[in-house]
Ligand binder design. Structure first.
Ligand code: AGP
Length: 632
């Protein structure tokens, strides 16, 4: 949440910072600002609105300034406004700071600054308190002042600071909010995220918690909490700046939807070794470790949590281990039954989501082994985990997560299969069948994406609906949650997802003439039950859009309800069967029930995208949201 960029070099700070902020706008975009070192001292300009608005108010500023800091904001304390935008300064404007995170004891500090230093505040932010605090401790050395201020602050912060009387240094400090320093040639950088700097540098230092960085034109020095210099290995970014560009697509969201076949292929391909055995790079869980585990927790937020729900079914179904899933913000405050026998799996695209990070820490404190599924290499979640399994989706820029979700799902399949094999709970035939299904997914995803035109047409017929329901059973219930989240976050349509069998226990009261219901029916074993649920909502006047697998007409086989071959037989769904119940049907290629979420979510992502586009929404930067949520 919020983006920070800083630069110190021979000149051109204004352009470098504006360019970096543009690349970080996905992190927050309600206001923006810049502080530049100029002959007259510090020049600060800031405004409500996006980077374009900021650019408009700094046109007159000389581009030759050699250093500065900039910020794009996602409001926490105080509404978006010129006054609340960063940078914030101390009383006499001699110190300017930009800040990501929340300073939890800001009220206490504010009172102290008012009573002891006569501070006068011009904004409602916690950040301005930090600026005054640094100012209160400043005696000619910014590094000293930042140290003293950090010792008084509680909460999460990544701060970049400049002092008018020290035109040769930027000082940064970090606690629980990401911060990196970029190493340039005769210039150096500060940023909250890698994409801000990719145009200029690929060699960076990851600043750790409680560390302070002194950034000058000639170098970057990192100090630990006790002010001892830290020798940090450089980190080389191996992905391309182009990966963070739109490449001809109208929006990052659409580009990222179309990148899913490749993302899933790469995530899988790198992990299948000889004889298709799974190699879990980054995970050292042995059979003995797994035998010692009596419970798995999967904890995450938002879309990542939805991937975790599917993961639970996979681990329980394939490996026979009991799994609990939880939302990170709930997990950490409910004293969960976690101990040394717990495997704690957290899932996070950004690896910086504060709720997830704190849940991870809570699990570690209780003795659990932590395995994380993360997209961003070197992120906080990755660094604090015992084992890390990367999703290799490439940078995801759109706020609405798409390719991160499908690669997270794929990782859950691989982890579940790996556990099942190590524990001897899945035979060769069954294993070969599931792996073959997974290998077929990228091509089937391409087939779904080729039908984008039909989905766009469907979007045209429904985009004016103001309320939508998503229902499904089994794995489909989890995909329904994801489809609903996608729709609401980009189109602002009031959408609601529920397990289809649960409808009749209350929610069906909301169904009336004209209600729009998406009925996900990809699970052969639950197909008949879904048909009944469709009839129930249709009987109350709903328009139903079904989503099913396109089985070949002659491909009607008898299956058994349990994977062990016992139980009641059921018929594999016939193509066209749903057509007779739903008003319209979207088909995805045929596949095994277990892997259907990887395909079923794609039409829902495309629908959300095209509906949002028809409604004129700002798809990549939906209102009130930010890409990585680094506040609680
Ligand atoms: C997804 O579209 C959302 N923007 C959001 O739910 C996201 O998945 C959630 O905030 C978790 O983020 P993370 O994966 O970076 O931890």
């Amino acid at each position: 949440m919020c983006g920070i960029v800083g630069y110190i070099g021979s000149g051109g700070a204004k352009d470098v910072i504006i360019d970096g902020l543009r690349r970080l706008e996905y992190r927050g975009y309600d206001s923006a600002g810049i502080a530049l070192m100029t002959d007259g001292g510090l020049t600060v300009r800031k405004t409500i609105g996006r980077i374009d608005s900021l650019e408009a108010i700094i046109k007159d500023l000389d581009g030759s300034s050699h250093m500065g800091i900039g910020h794009t904001r996602w409001a926490t304390h105080g509404a978006p406004s010129d006054a609340n935008a960063h940078p914030h300064t101390n009383g006499d404007g001699s110190i300017a700071i930009v800040h990501n995170g929340i300073i939890e004891n800001y009220l206490e500090l504010k009172e102290w600054l008012i009573s002891e230093h006569g501070a006068v505040f011009r904004s409602e932010t916690d950040t301005e308190v930090a600026a005054h605090l640094i100012g209160a401790f400043y005696k000619g050395d910014l590094l000293d002042a930042v140290y003293e201020a950090a010792a008084k602050m509680r909460g999460a912060y990544a701060i970049g600071a400049m002092a008018a009387s020290e035109p040769d240094r930027i000082v940064a400090v970090r606690k629980d909010a990401p911060l990196i320093a970029g190493i340039g040639d005769d210039c150096n950088f500060l940023a909250s995220d890698i994409p801000a700097l990719l145009k200029y540098v690929r060699t960076i230092y990851l600043i750790e918690n409680n560390e302070t960085a002194l950034i000058t034109r000639s170098g970057v020095t990192i100090y630990d909490g006790n002010r001892r210099e830290v020798k940090r290995d450089v980190f080389h970014v191996n992905w391309d700046a182009d990966a963070a560009e739109k490449e001809g697509y109208d929006h990052f969201m659409l580009k990222e939807i179309h990148e899913q076949p490749k993302g899933v292929f790469e995530t899988l391909d790198r992990r299948l070794g000889k004889g298709d055995e799974i190699k879990l790079d980054g995970i050292s869980l042995t059979r003995e470790d797994l035998l010692a585990i009596d419970r798995v927790y999967i904890v995450a937020c938002g879309t990542a949590y939805h991937a975790g729900l599917v993961g639970k079914r996979l681990i329980e179904g394939f490996a026979g281990l009991p799994v609990e899933t939880d939302i990170a913000s709930e997990f950490r405050y409910r004293d969960p039954c976690v101990n040394e026998k717990t495997l704690f799996i957290c899932i996070s695209q950004s690896g910086e989501t504060l709720d997830t990070l704190e849940a991870l820490r809570e699990a570690k404190r209780k003795g659990a082994r932590v395995l994380s599924v993360v997209n961003v290499v070197g992120s906080s979640v990755a660094r604090e985990s015992d084992d890390v399994f990367y999703t290799w989706a490439g940078p995801e820029i759109a706020v609405a997560s798409t390719k991160a979700y499908t690669t997270q799902l794929l990782c859950m399949y691989l982890i579940a299969l790996y556990m099942a094999r190590r524990l001897g709970r899945m035979g060769d035939e069954e294993y070969g069948r599931v792996v073959a299904e997974l290998k077929g997914i990228p091509d089937k995803m391409r087939a779904v994406l080729e039908s984008e035109g039909e989905i766009r047409d469907l979007a045209k017929s429904i985009y004016k609906n103001e309320s939508v329901f998503f229902i499904g059973r089994g794995m489909d219930a989890h995909v329904a949650l994801e489809g609903s989240l996608k729709l609401k976050e980009v189109s602002y349509i009031n959408s609601f997802a529920i397990a289809a069998g649960e409808l009749k226990h209350g929610t069906i009261a909301l169904i009336e003439q004209g209600s729009l219901v998406f009925a996900l029916a990809t699970q052969d074993r639950l197909f008949d039950k879904m048909l009944s649920n469709i009839q129930e909502v249709k009987a109350r006047g709903a328009k139903v859009i079904g989503l099913a697998k396109q089985a070949a007409e002659d491909d009607v086989k008898l299956f058994r309800r349990s994977r062990h071959g016992k139980g009641e037989p059921y018929r594999k769904q016939e193509s066209g069967y749903l057509d007779r119940s739903a008003d319209e049907t979207i088909y995805v290629p045929d596949c095994a029930d277990e892997v259907a979420p990887l395909l079923a979510v794609l039409p829902l992502q495309l629908l959300a995208y095209h509906i949002a586009k028809l409604r004129g929404c700002d798809i990549d930067k939906p209102k009130n949201l930010a890409k990585s949520v680094t506040v609680e």
